[in-house]
Ligand binder design. Structure first.
Ligand SMILES: Cc1cc2nc3c(=O)[nH]c(=O)nc-3n(C[C@H](O)[C@H](O)[C@H](O)COP(=O)(O)OP(=O)(O)OC[C@H]3O[C@@H](n4cnc5c(N)ncnc54)[C@H](O)[C@@H]3O)c2cc1C
Length: 362
């Protein structure tokens, strides 16, 4: 058996580590010069989106021997709409670093690896598949999947982000739902430390959003976030991303080619998170390769979760600022808070069952 992994990101490295655990070595190809060779950004893993795994870090460590050290645990999520502010508190999840940061999750995974990564190798599937019996497509880009099979794009997302300097409580994150600057999307602040944070604005590139002035949206977002936190943020660096595809694959595995991470469609559409799901797909692909599981079956719960999440998103997208205010206000209700933070209830599944799905393509 000759295994190639295309991409040394979260899914590719989780796959390689799991293969090593069972005594198999893969050739890992990475197009960049080092692991995480991109902008620094804080990301999060919220327990409420990973039911039944209420602690994803503990689960990965105890069940898959993948050991991650998050930046901090999240104790409070602030929710801001145009005129309301509420919060949820409890053990809500973790923040972590990505990209060039020395503690980024991809760097932490690479440190646990015994084998080597072939850097500066922007490999093509066509060439790789000639040489290897098994190929794991882990390039983080659904466009690569679309070259090989249909990938149903629910929407393309536009990101604008910055590292900002200010004063932060590391255990608190801030989310903003306001159609004036985040049309059908959101903005959020995830602290890196008590002096630095990632400020991110993300919204779907629906036709009605494409005509909006992106710089103006970002300016409004920045001003509103600064005002709500009563701070005078200083921007340290900025980045933007367009056409980030969020959607679902048709076939998780074709022959001995495994589609993992974003190439699988690991992102949960409701808020666009996919780190935990990406690592799980990498682990599951390895389980299939070593003969202890069937990839198609193992990823089934992720596909179901995707549909629940998309249903919820489509319904949230219908809310104008007034309704977002009402929803934000209702979060202060203790019953609502315990429903959302319950480790036993899959809040997303229940909410999506109450609301009706209606599909929309990008
Ligand atoms: C701005 C932003 C914020 C996000 N925030 C969150 C968050 O807070 N929480 C969350 O859970 N998720 C978040 N996500 C999503 C999450 O980052 C992704 O779902 C996850 O990283 C996908 O993992 P992956 O392994 O598929 O891809 P990646 O981790 O991106 O890895 C892909 C790797 O493949 C390499 N590569 C690409 N093409 C080739 C090629 N042809 N040959 C060789 N190598 C190649 C790339 O250089 C890269 O190293 C965010 C995404 C973005 C863009």
């Amino acid at each position: 058996m000759k295994i190639a992994i295309m991409g040394a990101g979260l899914s590719g490295l989780a796959c390689a580590l799991t293969l090593e655990k069972y005594g198999y070595q893969a050739d890992i190809f990475e197009r960049r010069a080092m692991v995480g060779d991109r902008f620094v950004v804080a990301e999060a893993m919220f327990s409420m989106f990973h039911t039944p795994y209420d602690d994803a870090v503990k689960y990965l460590s105890e069940n898959h021997h993948i050991h991650l050290k998050p930046t901090t645990n999240i104790q409070k999520v602030n929710i801001y709409s145009e005129n309301e502010h509420s919060f949820i508190d409890g053990h809500l999840g973790f923040t972590n670093m990505r990209g060039k940061h020395p503690e980024s999750y991809e760097k932490q995974l690479a440190h646990q690896l015994k084998g080597t990564i072939h850097f500066n190798q922007d490999v093509s599937y066509k060439d790789i598949s000639k040489e290897y019996t098994h190929v794991v497509l882990a390039t983080g880009d659904a466009l690569d999947t679309q070259k090989l099979q249909p990938f149903d794009v629910a929407f393309k997302a536009s990101f604008k982000g910055a590292v900002v300097e200010g004063e932060f409580n590391q255990t608190e994150v801030h989310t903003f739902f306001n159609n004036d600057f985040a049309p059908k999307g959101m903005a959020y602040i995830l602290p890196h430390s008590d002096r630095e944070a990632s400020l991110v604005l993300v919204y779907p590139q629906y036709p009605e959003n494409e005509s909006l002035d992106k710089d103006e949206l970002w300016k409004m977002c920045f001003e509103e976030c600064s005002r709500r936190l009563d701070q005078d943020f200083k921007i340290l660096n900025e980045y933007s991303i367009k056409d980030y595809r969020i959607g679902k694959i048709e076939t998780p595995r074709i022959g001995n080619t495994f589609f993992v991470g974003n190439c699988f469609g690991a992102i949960t559409p409701v808020i666009g998170f996919g780190q935990f799901e990406s690592m799980l797909t990498g682990i599951y692909a390895a389980h299939d390769i070593v003969g202890i599981g069937e990839y198609d079956k193992l990823v089934q719960p992720l596909s179901e979760g995707y549909h629940d999440s998309l249903t919820l998103r489509r319904n949230l997208e219908k809310l104008d600022n007034k309704k977002l205010d009402l929803l934000t206000k209702s979060m202060s209700n203790e019953l609502m808070e315990s429903f959302i933070t319950s480790k036993k209830i899959n809040a997303m599944k229940i909410l999506s069952k109450i609301l009706h799905p209606y599909p929309r393509k990008a």
